[in-house]
Design a protein around this ligand. Structure first.
Ligand code: PMV
Length: 324
């Protein structure tokens, strides 16, 4: 059988997905908006083989067993059902960004897996169908399928909840400087955390207000208004983390340095340096900036002893098949 390889980038959410209306289908409680991260990528190859007794999943050169392998097999089952075949697969996946560095790798992982496996099975699927399938593996993966700046629709039916590009990568050369303050793996995965969101009394208010935040964020991107983007992105981050901290059990992903950066970054902006923070389900701080401010933001971030590493990403393309 032929081997098919796909590449996908992780993405950083500007308006966050947190909590599901349907945990099995991974239908989100609210819509979300993100930017794909160029330079960081997952490269996955898929080969289906009628002779194989079990799926084999190799990540960074290590054969996986347990939860990671089961999640991949469950996802392959969706695709096998669509193609009407029972063949098992060899999946080989590599990330070029530090594993365990707290960068959401499940988004690029399930986007690349979906695109590679669908092509290997001969399924000719449009971007929308690929985004829907990727969503079933990991919600944020739906947003790594289309290119550039991406919005994922909230919907009550599987076939209506997909992501699409609202602007190509060339639209606005934003820079994401990812300040790593703790490179260790998180204790509670985002998949587990998403299920807890509804236990917070604040989640209903966060979800009800989401259309307002989505409108402000979409407009800020389309108009390339950095100040407007900064304000809504930071507000959305605080809302999501307030839900995490008030869920049962409560989730606190921050380190002291996370909070230190959350306090100082708006001060830098007030002082005339375009930058804004956003934080996913981890302690590391994504500092959005513009081409003219990125160097100075990076210089200031390096002055924090706890910042062990800074990754830099521009708006990235969508998931695609590449030569093997
Ligand atoms: O889809 P998951 O399980 O990677 O959850 C993503 C959750 C956040 O990264 C915190 C927010 C988001 O929208 O990406």
């Amino acid at each position: 059988m032929t081997t098919t390889t796909a590449v996908a980038h992780p993405n950083i959410a500007f308006i966050k997905y947190w909590g599901n209306r349907d945990d099995v289908l991974r239908l989100p409680a609210n819509g979300s908006i993100s930017m794909n991260l160029d330079g960081l990528e997952t490269r996955t190859s898929a080969e289906f083989d009628p002779q194989l007794g079990e799926d084999e999943f190799t990540l960074q050169g290590v054969v996986q067993i347990g939860t990671a392998a089961e999640r991949v097999s469950d996802h392959l089952n969706l695709l096998r059902n669509m193609a009407g075949v029972a063949w098992k697969a060899r999946i080989v996946s590599e990330n070029n960004f530090p594993i365990g560095a707290g960068i959401a790798s499940s988004a690029s992982a399930f986007a690349a897996l979906t695109v590679a496996a669908a092509a290997a099975l001969g399924l000719e699927l449009a971007e929308r169908a690929l985004s829907i399938l990727a969503r079933r593996g990991s919600g944020s993966a739906s947003r790594s399928v289309p290119e550039g700046f991406v919005e994922w629709f909230v919907a009550s039916r599987d076939e209506d909840s997909f992501a699409f590009s609202i602007a190509p990568p060339s639209h606005w050369p934003l820079i994401d400087l990812i300040a790593i303050v703790n490179a260790g793996p998180k204790k509670v995965s985002s998949a587990e955390g998403n299920v807890l969101a509804r236990t917070s009394p604040l989640q209903a208010a966060r979800v009800a207000d989401a259309p307002r935040r989505l409108n402000l964020c979409r407009r800020a991107i389309l108009e390339k208004n950095f100040t407007a983007l900064a304000e809504i992105v930071e507000e959305d981050t605080r809302l999501m983390h307030a839900v995490m901290m008030t869920s049962q059990p409560s989730l606190t992903y921050w380190e002291p340095e996370t909070l230190e950066l959350m306090r100082i970054i708006p001060e830098w902006r007030a002082g005339g340096l375009p930058t804004a923070y956003t934080i996913d389900a981890g302690p590391n701080v994504h500092c959005l900036s513009l081409e003219e401010s990125a160097q100075e933001v990076e210089r200031r971030l390096r002055e924090f002893p706890a910042v062990s590493q800074i990754l830099r990403a521009r708006p990235g393309l969508g998931a695609k098949i590449v030569p093997g």
